[in-house]
Design a protein around this ligand. Structure first.
Ligand code: JCF
Length: 673
């Protein structure tokens, strides 16, 4: 052994510990992962060449050699408490009121609030600053010894920083970030191994591995929020000071921790974290409030393992387990077959979910969802619910993988799937009742011909009775005919006839959009209308000419050309005209700089090329309005980077969303003279 080697080993260990601290505690890493790995490599090589230099707290020794037979028992000297739950603001007010009563105090009390992580509670004991033992909560009195496993977690330092107390027990939560969870499951899936249903189970499963080498490969992290045994140092007087102590000893504390005033401060914090819940990098199931004064905490004590001075205010769960009753296929406007799972109804994130789209057959196979399976259903924020994964352990015997039907479930025409496409389609076209129905619904929708009062149920009945086959047929309906339908009285029938009549005067972009040409959304319809100026000119144009339209590529051009090449479609357009539906030609070049007049935009997230004010100016210069919030009246939502709830809302309402590039292209196209 050389002094130089010993010195370098000490230096490397200190550097690595410093990088762990920067990364996990300060959330401000100094070096890249590659550089970190290089330091670890060098340390490993030196220790291999000089075995006498190896010590138990070297970062290379985070992973111990051999799996054990079972976990030892650990008795907690200070019991590990759990938390009572509050499910409503009233519950929280009750908690605050009881504290006031017991303490005989009036006026607002200070609380420390933090997100409640969905992980696994652990205790970690440091003696003379060195990690000695780690344990799970267990029943609060006796837990399992998971020292070897916790040593592999880089967020948990092997040594405390600064002057450490003689004995220091830190308590916190071991968890997995959402990104780590996704990465890990992706790997597991690629290897054909078992995937975890959620980050909590993944964290618990990883920590409770008998072979710590497996734990070491799992992306676990930790935040600390409490202390147990403390010897050789003064106990902090306040919860906020306790958190400060943890952090100064090099233990990671949630950066979201805040001191708040009174119960109103707690509730405000709850709402604020709730709004950001889906953008946090880890899963949380609520927030925790703790009385700040530790003297008052001691006076209040605890009942049946939960402190009277703290409470967990839960969010409505955004995930739930349920059973797939059936999987059917819905046929859309363009014949696309969408698999839809019908579920045992479950309450998630404030709504009852009883069916959920599985998007396409590839997605079904990727997740391997089968009838009879227990699945995890998630509904984060405002977004539509989805099946996250299947709980394979609960799969009943005899299930079969879902197969794509050969025939359309509605019209029994052949189902085809174009090479390389995820979507399978019914080939029935307008002969398929489902496609007719969906086409009519689209034609009548608010952004197309806007026929108020022509809802799904009515369209269904009209198609069923064969009263309407094409959009043109809507214009020959009579009040008497409509009054015969379910839920239709004379009056509402007359109103609907009036609404249909009003829709006769429309615009070229609305008509083009309403025809339901594949891949032609509102923005493309507008671009086509502006480029050609009239339907005749568009119908005379071939694919090459259509491709000249800004932002129209070969695929869209092919769909547009094919649509107008169809005799059936030409006949429908003729019939619409014959029924008195009209759309004025548009000036082909932009006129007077008010090309977007009547359109309302909402901008969300950050744009790279311009400020929000510049974007607003550019839109006003083109006659458009800019609104602050998304509603059914919004024409377009422009989504910059890190767009949040407004984007989710837009998706939910099915509004057209432009990314920055599309937005810039639109501004360019609609440039005022
Ligand atoms: O984040 C958590 N899951 C969490 C659990 C946070 C806390 O401050 C806790 C806890 C369990 C018990 N505090 C206690 C006393």
């Amino acid at each position: 052994m050389t002094d130089a080697a010993a010195a370098r080993v000490a230096q490397l260990r200190a550097e690595i510990a410093q990088h762990d601290y920067r990364y996990y505690v300060l959330d401000d890493p100094l070096v890249s992962d590659a550089e970190y790995d290089r330091l670890m490599q060098e340390l490993r090589a030196l220790e291999a060449a000089h075995p006498a230099l190896v010590s138990a707290d070297s970062p290379t020794q985070r992973v111990s050699g051999t799996p054990r037979a079972g976990f030892g028992e650990v008795v907690h000297q200070v019991p590990m408490l759990s938390l009572d739950n509050a499910f409503s603001e009233d519950d929280v007010r009750g908690f605050d009121r009881r504290i006031h009563e017991r303490l005989g105090r009036s006026g607002e009390l200070d609380y420390v609030a933090e997100p409640k992580l969905d992980g696994l509670a652990v205790s970690v004991i440091y003696r003379a600053g060195r990690l000695e033992r780690a344990a799970t909560r267990g029943d609060g009195i006796t837990g399992e010894d998971v020292t070897a496993n916790v040593r592999t977690i880089r967020a948990v330092p092997q040594r405390l920083r600064g002057t450490s107390p003689a004995t220091f027990e830190a308590r916190g939560e071991v968890f997995m970030t959402l990104a780590g969870f996704a990465r890990m499951n992706e790997l597991a899936r690629a290897r054909g191994e078992k995937v975890f249903v959620n980050p909590r189970n993944a964290a618990a499963g990883s920590l409770r591995q008998l072979d710590a080498r497996i734990t070491a490969a799992r992306p676990l992290s930790a935040f600390f929020y409490g202390i147990g045994v403390l010897e050789g140092a003064a106990a902090p007087a306040r919860q906020r000071e306790l958190l400060y102590l943890l952090r100064s000893l090099g233990l990671p504390v949630s950066p979201e921790t805040r001191t708040v005033r009174g119960v109103e401060g707690c509730l405000e914090y709850y709402r604020e974290i709730g709004a950001r819940r889906s953008s946090l990098p880890y899963q949380i199931d609520g927030v925790v409030y703790k009385l700040d004064s530790r003297a008052d905490q001691d006076r209040l004590g605890f009942i049946s393992r939960a402190p009277r001075w703290a409470i967990a205010h839960k969010f409505p769960p955004d995930e739930a387990f349920t059973v797939v009753r059936d999987i059917g296929f819905q046929v859309g406007r363009t014949g696309a077959l969408t698999p839809v799972a019908r579920l045992e109804p479950v309450f998630v994130s404030g709504v009852t979910v009883s069916s959920v789209t599985l998007h396409n057959i590839d997605e079904v196979h990727r997740k391997d969802v089968r009838v009879g399976d227990t699945v995890v259903v998630r509904r984060a924020g405002d977004v539509i619910p989805e099946v996250v994964s299947v709980v394979l352990d609960k799969r009943p015997p005899g299930t079969q993988p879902l197969e794509l039907p050969e025939r359309c479930p509605v019209c029994h025409s052949q189902v085809l799937r174009a090479a390389g496409e995820a979507v399978a389609r019914c080939t029935g076209g307008f002969t398929c009742r489902a496609q007719r129905q969906e086409s009519l619904r689209h034609f009548a929708s608010r952004r197309a011909l806007d026929i108020e009062g022509l809802g799904d149920k009515l369209i269904e009945q009209l198609v069923e009775r064969d009263a309407v086959r094409t959009p043109a047929d809507l214009y020959s309906l009579t009040t008497a005919q409509l009054a015969e339908l379910d839920r239709m009285a004379e009056k509402s029938a007359a109103n609907l006839i009036a609404a249909i009549d009003r829709s006769r005067r429309t615009t070229l972009p609305r008509l083009l959009y309403g025809l339901g040409i594949r891949e032609v959304g509102e923005a493309t319809a507008l671009a086509l209308a502006r480029h050609f100026g009239s339907l005749e000119r568009l119908m005379e144009s071939d694919e090459t000419a259509i491709q000249q339209v800004p932002d129209v590529g070969p695929v869209v051009a092919a769909h547009v050309a094919a649509f107008f090449a169809s005799e059936d479609h030409r006949r429908v357009i003729e019939a619409l005209r014959a029924q008195g539906v009209s759309w004025p030609d548009m000036p082909a070049a932009s006129a007077g700089g008010h090309s977007l007049s009547g359109r309302t935009f909402v901008i969300t997230g950050t744009l790279a090329a311009m400020t929000r004010e510049q974007a607003q100016e550019a839109l006003s210069a083109r006659g458009a309005k800019v609104a602050a919030s998304v509603s059914k009246k919004t024409s377009f939502v422009v989504a910059g980077s890190e767009a949040g709830s407004k984007l989710a809302r837009a998706r939910e309402l099915g509004l057209p969303v432009l990314d920055e590039q599309e937005f810039l292209a639109l501004l360019e196209r609609e440039k005022p003279p």
